[in-house]
Design a protein around this ligand. Structure first.
Ligand SMILES: [Zn+2]
Length: 275
């Protein structure tokens, strides 16, 4: 897949269907995270209808259906309204810092007699149910399973977005709004997903990046601060991110640059990509 001018294209270079949502405002300066959601809806069609309805005041950049089909609702440079009241890693209000993907999925299920049913009363056959305990809950419940096609598409799209926008991490809505939200929930294989795309597991915290251009390294998080070395870091220098402030990253320089062995300082995020 490919991204051109903040729209998604498939491998045959056809633009993914675009159904513009009015539920967005302003530009994302530099997106940092990908947020995964479930729709808790009846169908892809009903979720698309809702998330493009101005009264919903909600949207996401993409919806992925159970058959693996995709619709784009908001271009990737605009803030979609998917995160709501949220916090992550020092950021608040994640709509300003993230891209959001909704997966068509009925969400948490209720037990009725010997059946699992959705909140809107539809029975889900046992083979489409995962019984598991949500990480923020104290007992097991039924959760609508994601389909293989849907997870494969989500993996492909997410890898494309992480690479294109140098995203720092993939998180669940239930990570950034743990008291309010349970999506994407225990049926979503987050650890596996992150390991595949980011090349690391849940418990590791490898923030290794390389510079894509010659990059000035400064004593503080803006261009006003003095350069620590006159010629900057050469293209291809490996660094590890230790701290973030707006578009600036405090990094530990892994390679020695010239005479400098233990260099740490602030660089602009735009010229870093995941190692
Ligand atoms: Zn959500």
């Amino acid at each position: 897949m490919k991204i051109k001018k903040h729209f998604l294209f498939d491998n045959q270079n056809n633009q993914i269907r675009y159904a513009p949502s009015p539920n967005c405002a302003g530009k994302i300066v530099i997106p940092e995270y990908l947020v995964i959601h479930f729709t808790a809806g009846r169908s892809m069609q009903s979720s698309e209808k809702w998330l493009t309805d101005p009264t919903a005041k909600a949207s996401a950049h993409l919806i992925i259906g159970r058959d693996g089909s995709i619709v784009q609702l908001v271009s990737f440079n605009k803030k979609a309204w998917h995160a709501g009241l949220s916090q992550w890693n020092g950021r608040a209000g994640l709509n300003s810092y993230s891209l959001g993907i909704e997966l068509d999925n009925a969400g948490k299920l209720k037990r009725q007699g010997n059946k699992w049913v959705t909140w809107f009363g539809e029975e889900i056959p046992d083979e489409d149910v995962i019984v598991a305990q949500h990480k923020h809950e104290i007992s097991e419940s039924g959760w609508h399973a994601y389909t293989k096609e849907q997870l494969e598409t989500a993996l492909m799209v997410s890898a494309t977005l992480v690479q294109k926008y140098n995203l720092l991490d993939i998180v669940g809505h239930d990570d950034i709004a743990p008291k309010r939200k349970t999506d994407p929930g225990p049926a979503f294989p987050m650890e596996n997903f992150r390991a595949h795309i980011l090349g690391r597991s849940e418990n590791e915290d490898d923030m290794s990046f390389i510079t894509t251009e010659t990059l000035n390294i400064r004593s503080g998080p803006s261009a006003r601060y003095e350069k620590l070395i006159p010629n900057g870091l050469p293209k291809g220098t490996k660094v590890v991110i230790l701290e973030a402030q707006e578009s600036w990253r405090f990094v530990d320089v892994f390679d020695s640059v010239g005479e400098e062995m233990d260099l740490q300082g602030w660089v602009h995020m735009r010229y870093l990509k995941r190692a």
